[in-house]
Ligand binder design. Structure first.
Ligand SMILES: Cc1cc2nc3c(=O)[nH]c(=O)nc-3n(C[C@H](O)[C@H](O)[C@H](O)COP(=O)(O)OP(=O)(O)OC[C@H]3O[C@@H](n4cnc5c(N)ncnc54)[C@H](O)[C@@H]3O)c2cc1C
Length: 479
C-alpha cells in the first residue's frame, strides 16, 4: 500500500501529531528492553481512546496491514517489535485513571497508565499490588499482556491475581469486555486467556483491577553472604520453615558492584558474594516469630551480617538499589541481555553454579539479580555491542541457561514472556500438538495472524505442525 496514503489515512483517524513516521521517529520503536533484536515499524499510531483504537484496527484490517500493541516498550523479550513491517499501536496517550472505588476495592484504568502511578493516585492506605521493578515506566496494559510479576508478587500475587476484567479491541476493530469488576463470572475465563497473551489477541484498552490495603507494618532485612551457594540455600529454607516473606530478592557480586558504583548506591557491602533482600509484612504481632526464623536460617547458612532497616528511609535506600539494579548493570558495558528462566526454588544452588560455569566457558560477565523466592532467575549477560560476534555468543550462552531451567523442571519465562526472544525454545516445553492447540485458540481472536505476528510460536509453526528444536543454539537474527 502507498505509504503516504497510509500515513494520511491514519492521521485522519487519530489527528496530526499522533502518527509518527519519520526515520528518526521510527528508530525509537525498533526495539524494546531486549536490544539484541530490532525491527523498524512502518509507522507508530498514538490513539487517545478506545474508539480511535477500534477505528485504527478496522482500517488496518481492511488494508491487510499487520500491527503490534505497545505500551512503554520496557519489555524484555522483543514482544512489541513490529515484525513484517507492521504498524505500532502505542497506548502512551491512554493514561487516564477512570475510576477509583475504595468501598469495593476496585479501580478502572486505561492501559497506558504507568504501574506506579496507580498506587500513588489511589493513596489513603490502598494500592495496586503487582510491582515490577520497572514500575516507574511500564504500563498496566503491558503488565496485563505479560502477566507481570515483581518483588512483592511472592506473597501478594501476580498481575493475573489482581486484574478482574479487560476491555479488548479485537484485530478487526470490534470492542469486547472480558470479565469485569465483579469477583467472578461464569463461562470460560477469557479474561485469563488475555492475561499473558503477549499482545497477540488484540489491544487492551481498559483494565479493571483489584486494590488492596497497604500492609500495617513492614520489616526489611539485608542478609550478607560470602558465597552464592549459602545465599541460595537460605532462600528455600526460609520458605520451607513456613515463612512467606512479601519479598525475597537476591543480588550477586557483579550486581552489587554495579549498584554501589552507580548513583543508586544502597550501602550493600562491596566484598559480598551475594545479598538477600528479605521483606516481611502484615500485622506487627506476627513479626517476632518470623523475624527470629529468618535470622536463625540466615545464620545457619553463615550469613556474615543480617541488617534490619531501622526506619522507612533506610528501607527505601535498600530497595532503591534493588529496583534500579538492572539499570545500574547497564553501565558495565554497551549492552546486556536479561534472561528470565524459572525453576523450583530448591534447585537454585545448582542453577546458579551452572550460570557461573556458562559465564566462564563463554568468557562473558554474567550478573544475577532476581526474584529468588519465586525461583525466577534473571541472569544479566553483559557484552560489547560493537563486538560483531558477541550477540551470537550471548544468545548461545542464554540458550544453555534456558535449556537447563527446563531440564530442572522449570520454564522458559517467569514474567518477561516469550516474545521474539524465546520463541524458538518453545518446543523444549511443548509438543507440536500443544503448540498447534494454542495457535488455534489464538486464531479465535486473531484469525489472520496480523496482530503481533512472529511472536511466541516458533517460526516453523504452520498448518498445525511445529518444528522441533531439541538443542537450543543461535536464534535467527531479525533485521
Ligand atoms: C529495568 C527493568 C526491570 C524490569 N522488571 C520487571 C519485573 O520485576 N517484573 C516483570 O514482570 N517485568 C519486568 N520487566 C519487564 C517489563 O517492564 C514488563 O514486561 C512490562 O509489563 C512491560 O510493560 P510495557 O508497558 O513496557 O510493555 P511493552 O514493552 O510496550 O510491551 C510488552 C508486550 O505487551 C504487549 N502490550 C503492551 N500493551 C498492550 C496493550 N494495551 N494491549 C495488548 N498488548 C499490549 C506488547 O505487544 C508486547 O508483547 C522489567 C524491565 C526492565 C527494563
Amino acid at each position: 500500500m502507498d505509504h503516504t496514503k497510509l500515513i494520511s489515512d491514519l492521521i485522519r483517524v487519530v489527528g496530526q501529531g499522533a502518527v509518527l513516521y519519520r526515520p528518526e521517529e521510527l528508530l525509537v520503536y525498533e526495539a524494546d528492553g531486549h536490544t539484541i533484536d530490532k525491527a523498524a515499524p512502518r509507522a507508530i499510531v498514538l490513539p487517545s481512546s478506545t474508539e480511535q483504537v477500534s477505528q485504527v484496527l478496522r482500517y488496518l484490517h481492511q488494508t491487510g496491514i499487520p500491527f503490534v500493541p505497545r505500551g512503554a516498550g520496557t519489555g524484555l523479550s522483543g514482544g512489541s517489535l513490529a515484525l513484517e513491517n507492521g504498524v505500532v499501536v502505542c497506548t502512551a496517550r491512554m493514561r487516564r485513571i477512570l475510576e477509583v472505588d475504595i468501598p469495593n476495592l476496585r479501580a478502572v484504568v486505561e492501559p497506558g497508565v504507568a504501574n506506579i502511578r496507580l498506587s500513588q493516585e489511589v493513596g489513603h492506605g490502598y494500592a495496586y499490588a503487582p510491582d515490577p521493578s520497572s514500575q516507574a515506566a511500564c504500563s498496566i496494559g503491558g503488565n496485563v499482556a505479560e502477566n507481570s510479576g515483581g518483588p512483592h508478587c511472592l506473597k501478594h500475587g501476580f498481575t493475573t491475581n489482581h486484574v478482574l476484567g479487560v476491555e479488548l479491541v479485537l484485530p478487526e476493530g470490534e470492542v469486547v469486555m472480558l470479565g469485569g469488576k465483579a469477583e467472578e463470572y461464569p463461562g470460560l475465563d477469557l479474561r485469563g486467556f488475555v492475561i499473558g497473551s503477549e499482545g497477540t489477541l488484540g489491544v487492551v484498552t481498559k483494565v479493571m483491577v483489584r486494590l488492596v490495603r497497604v500492609p500495617e507494618a513492614v520489616k526489611t532485612l539485608l542478609a550478607v553472604f560470602d558465597t552464592v551457594d549459602s545465599a541460595t540455600r537460605t532462600v528455600s529454607d526460609i520458605i520451607a520453615a513456613g515463612v512467606i516473606p512479601s519479598a525475597l530478592e537476591m543480588m550477586d557480586h557483579v550486581v552489587i558492584q554495579a549498584v554501589e558504583r552507580s548513583p543508586v548506591a544502597a550501602g550493600y557491602p562491596l566484598d559480598a558474594a551475594a545479598v538477600l533482600l528479605i521483606e516481611l509484612d502484615g500485622p506487627p504481632e506476627g513479626f517476632d516469630w518470623e523475624m527470629a526464623q529468618v535470622r536463625e536460617i540466615c545464620q545457619r547458612h553463615q550469613a556474615r551480617e543480617v541488617r534490619v532497616a531501622k526506619d522507612d528511609k533506610e528501607r527505601a535506600l535498600l530497595w532503591r538499589g534493588r529496583k534500579h539494579a538492572i539499570g545500574a548493570v547497564g553501565a558495565l558495558a554497551t549492552a546486556f541481555y536479561t534472561q528470565d528462566g524459572v525453576i523450583p526454588r530448591k534447585r537454585l544452588p545448582e542453577l546458579l553454579a551452572l550460570v557461573a560455569d556458562v559465564a566462564k566457558r563463554y568468557q562473558l560477565t554474567i550478573g544475577n539479580v532476581f526474584h529468588a523466592g519465586d525461583g525466577n532467575l534473571h541472569p544479566l549477560i553483559v557484552y560489547d555491542a560493537n563486538d560483531g560476534d558477541a550477540p551470537r555468543r550471548v544468545q548461545q550462552a542464554g540458550g544453555e541457561i534456558m535449556a537447563a531451567c527446563v531440564a530442572a523442571g522449570g520454564s522458559l519465562s517467569g514474567e518477561h514472556g516469550i516474545g521474539l526472544e524465546k520463541r524458538e525454545y518453545m518446543p523444549l516445553l511443548f509438543s507440536g500438538a500443544d503448540l498447534a492447540a494454542m495457535a488455534q485458540a489464538r486464531a479465535a481472536f486473531n484469525p489472520d495472524g496480523r496482530c503481533n505476528p512472529g511472536k511466541v510460536f516458533p517460526t516453523s509453526t504452520g498448518c498445525g505442525e511445529v518444528g522441533a528444536i531439541t538443542k537450543p543454539g543461535v536464534l535467527p537474527a531479525v533485521a
